[in-house]
Ligand binder design. Sequence first.
Ligand SMILES: Nc1ncnc2c1ncn2[C@@H]1O[C@H](COP(=O)(O)OP(=O)(O)OP(=O)(O)O)[C@@H](O)[C@H]1O
Length: 270
Amino acid sequence: MNLAVENISAGYGKTQVISNINLAVGPGRICALMGRNGSGKTTLLRCINGVISPFEGKVSIMGKDICRLSRDRIAGMISVVPQVSFSPFSFSCMDMVLMAGASRIKAWSAPSKKDREKAFSVMAEAGIDHMADRAFNSISGGERQLVMLARGLFQDTPVMLLDEPNSHLDFTNQHRIMALMQTLVKKRKTTVLITLHDPNLVYYYCDEVVLLHNGGVVASGETRTTMTDDVLSRVLGDNIQCDVTLKGVFVVTPKQINSPNNNSGIKVKI
Ligand SMILES: Nc1ncnc2c1ncn2[C@@H]1O[C@H](COP(=O)(O)OP(=O)(O)OP(=O)(O)O)[C@@H](O)[C@H]1O
């Protein structure tokens, strides 16, 4: 397994936020982490990345205990695409992407022509090559997310952690980026753990899902068999239904939609 989490419990100060989490994700697989706000998804990602130390348990990347690895080794194995980003300095978008190569570019040496070409190529894949020279802090929230995604792809690590990477993206970009990830993960044999709130994106683009509630795992497994009305209702609320439309499209919706514009026949409550 590229990524193994064994019996992790963690939190902040003396407050425990996640308990007894186990998961294992192999190469070429995308695993979604779902759960309501505050359920502990980001905290788990922080443990995996070694940013916080768990109270208990072990995280292994490519069979190596994360506690025994230097920050440089971790950066060569795990890339992180955070929820929101801001740079204290006025770096260009190209600089932001190139910086992700710091663990493999020698100290005091400039990125090579090959590094720049690779950075440009991942920016093109993310659809943002035209902003290579723009100041990172002058672009929109969604554009920044695309730069951070390109940065993660440039880092080219066996494990990628993505924390709601598409929360600021428009509808088309959300699907485009998930489809890109699906293609690249299979090509590079990367392991991806991604937090997502939209169950429809999880269903279509992720191989596996881990559902968290109050810091514990409620269910986990292959996406298509794990995402049921019952499990989603327990994790996201008590009113979720999974349906297949007449066109054969899988959709997850609340059973009751509270809107005066609701002409769907779905009963109104909440
Ligand atoms: N730095 C921190 N110090 C203290 N408590 C924190 C800290 N970061 C998060 N928490 C708390 O830990 C709990 C889990 O937070 P976490 O960010 O892991 O949730 P999440 O599932 O990622 O939520 P969201 O979907 O809103 O991003 C929350 O109650 C939160 O308030």
